[in-house]
Ligand binder design. Structure first.
Ligand code: MN
Length: 232
């Protein structure tokens, strides 16, 4: 055998502040219901015992600052503002300290969601893929290396649509913090460089329409922006 029958998909990547080279995305893991007030607005109980996860295809990653078409198959496309954590070292069955040491960078991200399809799947006890693994639905601002971020502490996390604040919370509101998430996830996967984790969204999620401009921020990190385009 030689070569491939067709061109393999391009590697998606996220720019890193101060680096010429970009961070290549291997996998995207997302945490569900990790802020109590968001779980409440979704009408479900939080699980404080352990986080739970869904995934997005790495091909769903797109840079912020762009126009992304309104996706097919939904009439209720939602924004979710999230803290993204990306790994720079292998991590398996890790302690909290090992997990923290493996973080390469942090960034602002959007977990765009076909809410109508997610809720329909949830009601039928089906997987969330149609609702969550949406083309161009993982939107990333440039990353900031962990050493430059310092302790995450209690930073504000917020999102506005067309200048109106919709989500406004603090990282202290995370039910499972970053080391807890990484330590738990490393019980199930051999994690490593290229693995990206979205840590969940605060309350205030809502729908967007074509023409809307989303801007999300976390203190000390580059903001993520997105303009919703006409239907694809
Ligand atoms: Mn989310």
């Amino acid at each position: 055998m030689s070569g491939y029958l067709f061109a393999p998909p391009e590697v998606r990547s996220i720019p890193v502040a101060g680096e010429d080279a970009a961070y290549p995305v291997h996998r995207i893991f997302c945490v569900g219901r990790n802020y109590a007030e968001h779980a409440a607005e979704m009408g479900v109980a939080v699980d404080r015992e352990a986080p739970f996860y869904f995934t997005k295809s790495p091909q769903a990653a797109v840079p912020g600052g762009t126009v992304v078409p309104y996706p097919p198959g939904t009439e209720n496309y939602h924004y979710e503002m999230e803290l993204a954590v990306v790994l720079g070292a292998p991590l398996f069955r890790a302690s909290r300290a090992e997990a923290e040491a493996a973080v390469y960078a942090y960034g602002c991200a959007l977990d765009m969601t076909r809410r109508d399809l997610q809720l329909a799947a949830r009601a039928k006890q089906r997987p969330w893929d149609l609702g969550k693994d949406v083309e161009a639905s993982a939107v990333f601002a440039p990353l900031t290396r962990a050493g430059e971020v310092g302790a995450l502490g209690d930073r504000r996390i917020h999102l506005s649509v067309n200048g109106t604040v919709k989500q406004d919370a603090h990282l202290r509101d995370l039910i499972h913090d970053v080391p807890a998430i990484l330590a738990d996830l490393s019980r199930y996967y051999h994690l490593g460089p290229g693995d990206v984790i979205l840590t969940g969204t605060p309350a205030g999620v809502g729908a967007v329409v074509a023409g809307d401009r989303i801007e999300g921020g976390i203190d000390g990190l580059a903001p993520v922006t997105l303009t919703v385009g006409e239907a694809a």
